[in-house]
Design a protein around this ligand. Structure first.
Ligand SMILES: [Zn+2]
Length: 472
């Protein structure tokens, strides 16, 4: 998304202007979508899913009222009900596999409840919004005791359902996948199964928003922050190779993974609505020593972030329900902050709408070696009507500060484009020594702009090409 005052070099890509709304109208339209997020519906869904007693991955698959089987069946049914309100616009399915692991001692069916809203123009281009639906208590193998999992991660789960209700009421050029994953507490199994499935479908992943715990605002020490969600993004790419690392040593790119740029973009979406939930970017893959369902997607080279509360409350996650020394433990509904959850859901809805309307970020490169000027080139992407070129100082953090905004004449350079390279765009900047800057380009469809893709090795929103044979 572009802040109009910061909009920089606008390079025209195609004559047609498909999306005629302005940036201001976009904010109004986003407000309209966000206002539809219903705290009441999320509360009702929360009561329903906590009502299954436990959603532990090893709990009963067959009991009609208690356990993970009943819970996943209900989620699939709920997705079908949502679909029936949009002329069957959702494909609802259980994406599943039978797995074993350290925390899954015997072969167990891990079922994810998934709903797919196909894009009208680029159905293979997908945005995934997901949460983990399974829950646990103190002992990770305890599949029988009550494990309400209200915050972890019932909160993300009811948000995914609510986002599906709202966004399925309109069409988007790109596909949105709504996913309630299981097996997370046993070792991120459901996410791995979904990531494998997405890969097998040949989909292009634009973004994965993994929401895990978005429903409390205070920690056990009384410290509170109801204004922010944290967005965790990886620095060095999980799918890096020896070749990529060697190229990054020569050209840079340690702080410009697609996940990092997705994080910067989410921060901008949030700050365009200063009254709503804001983003605190955390520049590490996940919390110290811990993980989440964004990781199996990162392993495959897909852009993914974890969205989570600003302050964790350790007494109310992964705990047996009990009172000890006057302290109540357990991940129960009464500990939730539903106002916080509602605002976190609104931020997701705004971001998902933007991502589903915007084109893919282009693949960008910059050439400034031993010269006094810089040439930036990128691959045209389907659906882009406009490209915005950004720069920032190499020691700057963000694309959006006034100081680092790149202003230069609107001038597509076609002269060097070979016939086979016709879809490639160029921008040539005179008197700019590229060594001192990081460049990036975002693709826009009207006011809907993709995250910036950085002109560094590994900056593209696509998996890194892996070497043949053994991994390095
Ligand atoms: Zn969790």
């Amino acid at each position: 998304m572009i802040k109009p005052s910061l909009a920089i070099a606008l390079v025209l890509a195609a004559p047609a202007v498909a999306t005629s709304i302005t940036a201001d109208e976009l904010v109004e339209w986003e407000d309209h979508l966000a206002e539809q997020v219903s705290e009441d519906r999320m509360r009702a869904d929360m009561d329903t899913i906590v009502g299954f007693g436990t959603r532990h991955t090893l709990s009963s698959q067959t009991d009609p009222e208690r356990g993970i089987g009943a819970a996943v069946n209900w989620a699939l049914d709920e997705f079908r009900r949502i679909s029936s309100a949009c002329n069957d616009c959702l494909e609802v399915m259980a994406v599943s596999d039978t797995v074993t692991g350290d925390r899954i001692p015997t072969p167990t069916l891990v079922r994810n409840a998934v709903a797919i809203q196909r894009g009208t123009e680029r159905p293979d281009e997908v945005i995934i919004v997901q949460a983990h639906y399974d829950s646990r208590v103190s002992n990770a193998l305890n599949a029988t005791d009550d494990a309400p999992g209200a915050n972890d991660d019932g909160s993300g789960s009811v948000m995914v359902l609510e986002a599906a209700r709202i966004l399925s009421q309109r069409e988007h050029p790109s596909t949105i996948i709504y996913a309630l994953l299981t097996g997370e507490e046993q070792g991120l199994f459901g996410a791995r199964i979904l990531a494998d499935w997405v890969e097998s479908q040949g989909m292009t992943v634009k973004a994965v928003l993994n929401n895990d715990m978005i429903g409390n605002s205070c920690g056990s020490d009384g410290y509170c922050d109801a204004e922010h969600v944290r967005v965790f993004s990886e620095g060095l790419r999980a799918d890096s190779t020896a070749r990529l690392r060697a190229r990054q040593r020569r050209f840079g790119g340690e702080n410009d993974s697609p996940g990092r740029n997705l994080s910067r973009w989410l921060d901008e979406v949030a700050s365009s609505n200063p009254d709503g939930m804001q983003v605190r970017q955390i520049w590490r893959t996940d919390r110290m020593g811990r993980g989440g369902d964004q990781i199996p997607f990162l392993d495959k080279g897909y852009p993914a972030v974890r969205i989570t509360v600003a302050v964790e409350d350790y007494e109310h996650q992964h705990q047996d329900l009990r009172t000890e020394d006057g302290i109540k433990y357990g991940d129960t509904v009464d500990e939730l902050d539903f106002d916080y959850l509602t605002r976190a859901a609104q931020l997701n809805v705004r971001a998902l709408h933007n991502l589903a309307m915007a084109p893919m970020p282009p693949r960008v490169s910059a050439d400034a070696a031993v010269r006094t000027d810089t040439e930036i080139s990128w691959q045209a992407v389907p659906g882009a009507k406009l490209y915005v070129v950004h720069r920032r100082r190499t020691d700057e953090s963000y694309w959006d500060s006034d100081e680092t905004a790149l202003v230069y004449a609107d001038r597509p350079v076609e002269a060097n484009a070979a016939a086979a390279d016709e879809a490639r765009r160029f921008s040539h900047i005179e008197n700019l020594r590229g060594d001192d800057w990081i460049f990036g380009v975002q693709a826009c469809n009207g006011p809907y702009c993709s995250p910036v893709a950085s002109a560094v090795p590994g900056g593209a929103f696509e998996p890194v090409k892996q070497p043949e044979g053994d991994s390095d």
